[in-house]
Design a protein. Structure first.
Length: 303
């Protein structure tokens, strides 16, 4: 065999490698990956950051320089892999608003209000003016967590968030009641409003939530001051958990109360309820029932 022919494949490989090396030296390294983040949305996040106190430097990745252009990789930020629009903002318990400059605590400027789906700004001690001035522009939200802030009241503008599926308001300083406009939230699956000072009649609250009667699965109003009796829950055909511990219901199972086949967990502990215990036949799917600390008489029974 000809020696030259034997080494020909190796010779061709070396030529290819040499060509690649030459091109690399001539034109520099390969281009960096395309930045997915949308410039206007990145600028809106930076504007938002300027209105915050971040003593622990938790948002240190939020910078306006060439090495941090990709806001989709910033802490708490998730974007669509196809469009680059910001879909998720998770700022849970990480920052506080700047009390001297709350007017800058706004995201309404450039973040696409038709794209943001998940927003968590819980446990930051925000007051309602600092939040409400921009929150209701994000009408595409499906999940919203405002727990651990100082909301004061739930304003009627919550009714604009018609895509909401999950709403957490735990320990957020709410006074009074849930506004009628919340009946517009027809896709709501879970509502957690524990540890507030809600004082409206429970029957009124259920009427307001009737707009989500087919989707609502989890409802918690523990540690509030709700009043009245338990009325018919049958319209909530998907309700699995109802938590009403530590309220002021001071009533009975209303005579209109009918079977709710989906309910698996019911907690009415320490709610000042009276009268006969409920017929467990009303809860064919029930797995856990908590009735302690009330003034029921008789025995619960299942035929």
């Amino acid at each position: 065999m000809d020696t030259k022919e034997h080494y020909k494949p190796i010779y061709l490989l070396l030529i290819c490698l040499s060509t690649i090396l030459h091109q690399t030296l001539a034109f520099g390294s390969t281009p960096s990956a395309k930045v997915l983040c949308i410039k206007k949305e990145r600028e809106a996040l930076l504007e938002f950051k300027r209105g915050l106190i971040d003593e622990n430097n938790l948002l240190s990745s939020w910078k306006n320089d060439e090495d941090n252009e990709e806001c989709c990789s910033w802490r708490g930020v998730k974007c669509s892999n196809t469009t680059g629009h910001i879909l998720v903002l998770n700022l849970r318990g990480s920052i506080e608003s700047n009390p001297d400059d709350t007017k800058d605590l706004t995201l309404r400027a450039n973040i696409s209000s038709s794209r943001l789906s998940v927003l968590d700004i819980s446990y930051n001690g925000y007051s309602s003016p600092a939040i409400y001035s921009w929150l209701f522009n994000f009408t595409s939200l499906t999940s919203l967590d405002l727990s651990g802030n100082n909301l004061g009241q739930i304003v009627s503008a919550f009714g604009y968030l018609k895509s909401l599926e999950h709403l957490r308001l735990y320990g957020s300083g709410i006074q009074g009641g849930i506004p009628k406009s919340v009946e517009n939230l027809s896709h709501l699956c879970s509502l957690d409003a524990r540890s507030n000072n809600l004082s409206q009649p429970f029957s009124e609250l259920l009427n307001i939530l009737s707009g989500s009667n087919r989707s609502l699965e989890f409802l918690s109003f523990e540690d509030n001051a709700l009043t009245g009796s338990l009325i018919n829950l049958t319209i909530f055909s998907s309700l699995r958990e109802l938590r009403l511990r530590n309220n002021l219901l001071n009533g009975i199972f209303h005579e209109s109360f009918r079977q709710i086949s989906s309910l698996e967990y019911l907690d009415l502990s320490n709610s000042q309820m009276t009268g006969p215990l409920p017929d467990l036949a009303l809860f064919p799917s029930l797995k856990e029932l908590r009735l302690g600390g009330n003034h029921f008489n008789g025995e619960a029974f299942r035929p």
